[in-house]
Design a binder for this molecule. Structure first.
Ligand SMILES: NC(=O)c1ccc[n+]([C@@H]2O[C@H](COP(=O)([O-])OP(=O)(O)OC[C@H]3O[C@@H](n4cnc5c(N)ncnc54)[C@H](OP(=O)(O)O)[C@@H]3O)[C@@H](O)[C@H]2O)c1
Length: 255
């Protein structure tokens, strides 16, 4: 196992769910963090708590991954001691709604495509040149089972996560001679704020996980840490994690 101690890990969407769990999991391994999201106050609270609990360094950035200019500025304004990003976790993302395509609200499409696809591209494009220059880096994308299978009433969210899969594969080819690893962690049902955002209704969100035990953000963070800490000659291309009672995107066993 490679040590993560002292590595610099940049995480998007660290104010909630999987991204926040990743922040704690990497800090527990001694990594220093650059954590970001739009909700600056929450990110700062997370940073304070992590510094106190683990004694690592944490730098915070208010960042909307849809805003290319904001990303470019934030990355180039990083103080020298934070410029050497070793690991990028592209986690920020969301789903909006779950309706048949013809009933779906196109405003949600813009938000999903701009965040899940273009946001991931912009952040990666801003951070990758430094990794190439330093001849080291690991990019870990948070994909989804929705990037492996399409399901009904999920055309656009599934399309964005299929895009994440395609970007991951293509980027791995483009950086193969640069000592840069590219991986995707694809999860099934994870109980975070995801379903609240998707449905805008706590009851509907709760029903997603009814009758089974879903994955937690910490389960996904475990896999991300595993992926980031293999020996130098190993690349984990992809990991798919499902809840124990989930067989596919659409088939689950509920008691
Ligand atoms: N939960 C699941 O079942 C599941 C399954 C597979 C994959 N995933 C993927 O896992 C990732 C994290 O989701 P989660 O389940 O942890 O949901 P979550 O609890 O809702 O967290 C989403 C995070 O993304 C951030 N975010 C959203 N839009 C953003 C933007 N425009 N700019 C910057 N940050 C933004 C949010 O922060 P702010 O609102 O503060 O900006 C928040 O920190 C997503 O990519 C999601 O697609 C989730």
């Amino acid at each position: 196992m490679e040590s993560l101690k002292g590595k610099i890990v940049f995480i998007t969407g660290a104010s909630s769910g999987i991204g926040k769990s990743c922040a704690y999991a990497f800090a527990a391994k001694g990594a220093n963090l650059v954590i970001s999201a739009r909700r600056e106050k929450i990110v700062e609270e997370v940073a304070k708590d992590i510094r106190e609990k683990f004694g690592v360094k944490v730098y915070t950035i208010k960042l909307d991954v849809r805003n290319r200019e904001e990303i470019t500025k934030a990355v180039s304004a990083l103080p020298d001691e934070w410029k050497g990003i070793d690991i990028l976790i592209n986690n920020a993302g969301l789903a909006r709604g779950m309706d048949k395509f013809y009933d779906d609200d196109p405003n949600g499409w813009d938000e999903m495509i701009d965040t899940n696809v273009k946001g991931l591209l912009f952040v990666t494009h801003a951070i990758l040149p430094g990794m190439i220059e330093r001849k080291f880096g690991h990019i870990i994308n948070i994909g989804s089972i929705a990037g492996r299978e399409a399901y009904p009433k999920g055309a656009v969210y599934c399309a964005t996560k299929h895009a994440v899969d395609a970007i991951t594969r293509s980027l791995r080819m483009d950086t193969i001679d640069k000592n840069i690893l590219v991986s995707t962690i694809d999860a099934g049902m994870v109980e975070t704020n995801f379903s609240n955002i998707r449905f805008g209704d706590p009851e509907k969100a709760k029903n997603v996980y009814k009758g089974l035990t879903p994955l937690t953000g910490d389960d996904i963070a475990d896999a991300v840490v595993f992926c980031a800490s293999r020996p130098a000659h190993v690349n984990i291309a992809e990991i798919t994690l499902l809840a124990a009672r989930q067989a596919s995107a659409t088939i689950s066993y509920r008691e």
